[in-house]
Design a protein around this ligand. Structure first.
Ligand code: NAD
Length: 334
């Protein structure tokens, strides 16, 4: 099948070309993001493969459908950027990669927790500058602390296992309780209880209309003073302006982000020679107790390989007319 991949980088090309040796699709790699102004580039392609910050809204889907596209093969787990109703109405199938390595994101979450706690990102810079003073680097034992995990699917549960290994108490919140998460040692709690008791709050639920700005000013007011907030899920879960206010007042002690609500214009590109236009993001970067990574939590060799293999398998199954196992259907958001 002829497949066009949007928002690609050299590492996408490498992983997809390797995985494609057993599928034989005709792959076209584009650097452009998919959106209203670029949808014309997909003319003549039965399958379109977007990434997390591409716009797959109703006008784009209708434009793709008019050009003959039948399949949107997401190379991500999250599908919050796709208008599923529009895809349904256009008779277009949407598939995704539901699981490629929950460990990649769970382990990056732990990397953020440890770095913020022990301030290794600051120590690295100090030591290279010949400054071996310890003032300002005081951390805390994770052992015995309470970690609140919101969203206990694949990634949340992988994280629970790791944090239990540190000797943490883990409180969990989800709209559906996961027996594996309980077996791993988490205790389910209500959101207000989780907020009140957790030293670390970490987000692992999808971005939906219900979870948009789940971390609001009100939510932050319910948390322990000095709480550590971690978001490796989707930027829209957090009201960034409320977080900045919480950092300024000292209500929040640490913030670790791999995602940001306006990341589409920033992440996955080298902007180091440009003037930052996003004042909210720029303010965030001024805090010594904030650590931001650019949506790299998924980026391990295992995950990248699995993403390419599953995406191409999804496309092959569609081409053969088999039922799509990884189809995203409207009930996912209803
Ligand atoms: P999953 O589907 O296995 O788990 C998501 C969990 O969230 C489910 O248990 C679901 O019931 C729960 N949930 C849904 N709505 C909720 C709500 N309102 N309140 C609480 N819980 C709710 O997904 P996963 O593989 O664990 O991935 C979780 C999220 O991580 C994805 O949605 C994606 O946004 C994000 N992600 C980020 C990266 C990255 O690189 N930073 C990579 C992969 C996934």
């Amino acid at each position: 099948m002829r497949v066009v991949l949007f928002s690609t980088k050299p590492y996408d090309r490498q992983s997809f070309l390797e995985a494609n040796s057993s599928h034989g699709h005709v792959l076209t790699f584009l650097e452009s993001r998919l959106g209203a102004d670029t949808s014309g580039l997909a003319a003549g392609f039965l399958a379109v493969c977007p990434f997390v910050n591409d716009h797959v809204d109703a006008p784009v889907i209708q434009a793709l459908a008019r050009q003959g596209t039948k399949l949107v093969a997401l190379r991500s787990a999250g599908f919050n950027h796709v208008d599923l109703q529009a895809a349904h109405d256009a008779g277009m199938t949407v598939v995704r990669v539901p699981a490629y390595s929950p460990y990649s994101v769970a382990e990056h979450t732990v990397a953020l927790i440890l770095a913020l706690n022990r301030k290794t990102y600051r120590a690295y810079a100090r030591v290279r500058d010949g400054n071996f003073a310890l003032e300002g680097l005081l951390g805390f034992d994770l052992h015995g602390r309470t970690v609140g995990v919101i969203g206990t699917g694949r990634i949340g549960t992988a994280l629970v296992r790791i944090m239990r290994g540190f000797g943490c108490r883990v409180l969990a919140m989800d709209i559906v309780e996961n027996p594996d998460c309980k077996a791993a040692g988490a205790v389910y709690a209500s959101l207000p209880d989780l907020f009140r008791e957790s030293d670390i709050v970490t987000l692992h639920c999808p971005l939906t209309p219900e979870t948009h700005h789940l971390i609001s000013r009100d939510a932050l007011n319910r948390m322990k003073r000095g709480v550590m907030l971690i978001n490796t899920s989707r930027g829209g879960l957090v009201d960034t302006r409320a977080v900045i206010a919480g950092l300024k007042s000292g209500a929040i002690g640490y913030v670790g982000l791999d995602v940001y609500e306006e990341e589409g214009d920033l992440f996955f590109q080298d902007l180091s020679a440009q003037v930052m236009q996003d004042d909210v993001f720029a303010r965030l970067l001024t805090f010594p107790n904030v650590l931001v990574t650019g949506h790299q939590a998924f980026f391990t060799a295992e995950a990248v390989r699995n993403i390419a293999e599953t995406t191409l398998r999804n496309i092959s199954a569609f081409e053969r007319g088999e039922p799509a196992v990884n189809e995203v259907v409207l009930s996912h958001v209803r």
